[in-house]
Design a protein around this ligand. Structure first.
Ligand code: AMP
Ligand code: GLY
Length: 426
């Protein structure tokens, strides 16, 4: 089979490595892919993930048997819709279903209409109305741009002055572009955060192993928000009892709501949850695998990934018994110094000759030049270890992280510590 994967980060590398395990797979094309991915797939750096016409043209001429659209922008831009017009089976939602991530207003209204627990909210498209509303609110409060903003469209002002500044920056200076024409202002929730990715064919939903992200740049969860500096799975805060509540109050109601709205969701639906004192609530939906959650979740998947993805596309997910390893996974991100602010690219990377058997090195931002790998992004690598316990997985991931070198290499030193503490408290 010839497969096509749209995207070029650590998440896509994890998907590709897993798809490779299926003996039916001959060629995997990655658009655009990256330097490290080129060791596992045929990359086409000239075709970016947002270049829908070029992607469609490529698919027409390369006899693609199955496509995986892994990144948010092409999903929102209708990449799956276009590939389906060519009769190419795909994993990923169509553009109507992708609104669950692409529009915060859509997802908040959906939750309100169908009684799915989430933070109380109001929607504004006029900055003056937003400011007068804010005058009567307590702080901190959460302000979100409506559209896709590279995961950065969330501001949490601590007082009215900061809120004024936030409104100006999103709605007037357009810091997040047109995605800031409308905003959601919502209640500030507290509690441990859990990421739950799920496979769904629109009717059946199969949650994956839970995970925990580490979004802030610095140790102790301080500093600016990033795309994610490391992950662990499973998330110890997510007990079987909580999983049951989430299934009944969030997961099933969400896919039923999408079906009722005429846009059934097929693909990976990501639930960003907060376990509040009054129960689990939805912080955000993503219409795709999380990055770097995928780098700890997929290594724990025992069932063949392509088989699951085909079952999703063919609406036969109920026929599968999706199995997981009874183990822990930890992923430590190696980033370029300065990320998420200014950083340099093009640093030569050096690796050990071989990695231990339980380690996988996923490439998020690398480039191959004459057979040598160079850094090419803020997040460069994700080092994942799978082990019987979280403690061992963390030890092994950090041990390997020490053996990889490039100028300016930066990583958090405390990935997993919050999870270990939660385990002690249990
Ligand atoms: P996002 O970019 O949507 O993933 O949001 C970034 C982070 O903002 C989340 O991981 C949460 O930590 C935080 N956040 C978003 N919404 C809320 C909320 N209603 N209450 C508290 N924290 C929030
Ligand atoms: N790690 C969060 C995300 O993928 O949006």
């Amino acid at each position: 089979m010839n497969l096509l994967v749209i995207g070029g980060g650590g998440r896509e590398h994890a998907i590709i490595k897993k798809l490779r395990e299926n003996p039916r797979v001959s060629t995997i094309y990655a658009l655009p892919g990256n330097g490290g991915i080129s060791l596992d797939a045929t990359c086409v750096p000239e075709i970016g993930a947002k270049g829908i016409p070029a992607i469609v043209e490529f698919a027409k001429t390369h006899r693609i048997d199955f496509a995986v659209v892994a990144q948010d922008d092409p999903l929102a831009l209708g990449c799956v819709d276009r590939l389906h017009e060519l009769n190419i089976p795909c994993f990923g939602p169509d553009s109507k279903a992708a609104r669950i991530e692409a529009s915060k207003v859509f997802s908040k209204n959906l939750m309100q209409k169908y009684g799915i627990p989430t933070a109380r909210y109001e929607v504004f498209d006029d900055p003056r109305a937003a400011l007068s509303y804010l005058q009567a609110q307590s702080f901190p409060i959460v302000i979100k741009a409506d559209g896709l903003a590279l995961g950065k469209g969330v501001l949490i002002p601590q007082n009215y002055a900061e809120a004024q500044e936030a409104i100006r920056s999103i709605m007037e200076d357009k810091t997040f572009g047109e995605s800031g024409n409308r905003i959601v202002i919502e209640e500030f929730l507290t509690g441990p955060e859990v990421s739950v990715l799920s496979f769904t064919d629109g009717r059946t939903i199969v949650p994956m192993v839970s995970s925990m992200d580490h979004k802030r740049a610095g140790d102790g969860d301080v500093g600016p928000n990033t795309g994610g500096m490391g992950t662990v799975a499973p998330n110890p805060c997510y007990t079987p009892e909580i999983a049951q509540i989430c299934m009944e109050t969030i997961f099933l109601p969400t896919i039923r709501a999408m079906e009722a709205e005429g846009c059934p969701f097929k693909g990976c639906l990501y639930f960003g949850l907060m376990l509040t004192p009054t129960g689990p609530k939805v912080i955000e939906y993503n219409c795709r695998f999380g990055d770097p959650e995928t780098q700890v979740v997929l290594p724990l998947l025992k069932t063949d990934l392509l088989t699951v993805m085909e079952a999703v596309e063919n609406e036969r997910l109920h026929e599968l018994d999706v199995q997981w390893l009874d183990a822990s996974a930890a992923c430590v991100i190696l980033a370029s110094g300065g990320y998420p602010g200014h950083y340099e690219k093009g640093k030569a990377m050096s690796f050990p000759d071989t990695f231990p058997q339980n380690i996988t090195c996923y490439h998020a931002g690398s480039k191959m030049v004459d057979g040598q790998l160079f850094t090419n992004g803020g997040r460069v690598l994700g080092i994942t270890a799978v082990a019987p316990t979280l403690t061992e997985a963390l030890q092994d991931a950090y041990a390997t992280a020490q053996t990889i070198h490039f100028d300016g290499k930066y990583m958090r030193r405390d990935i997993g510590q919050r999870a270990l503490k939660a385990m002690e408290e249990k």
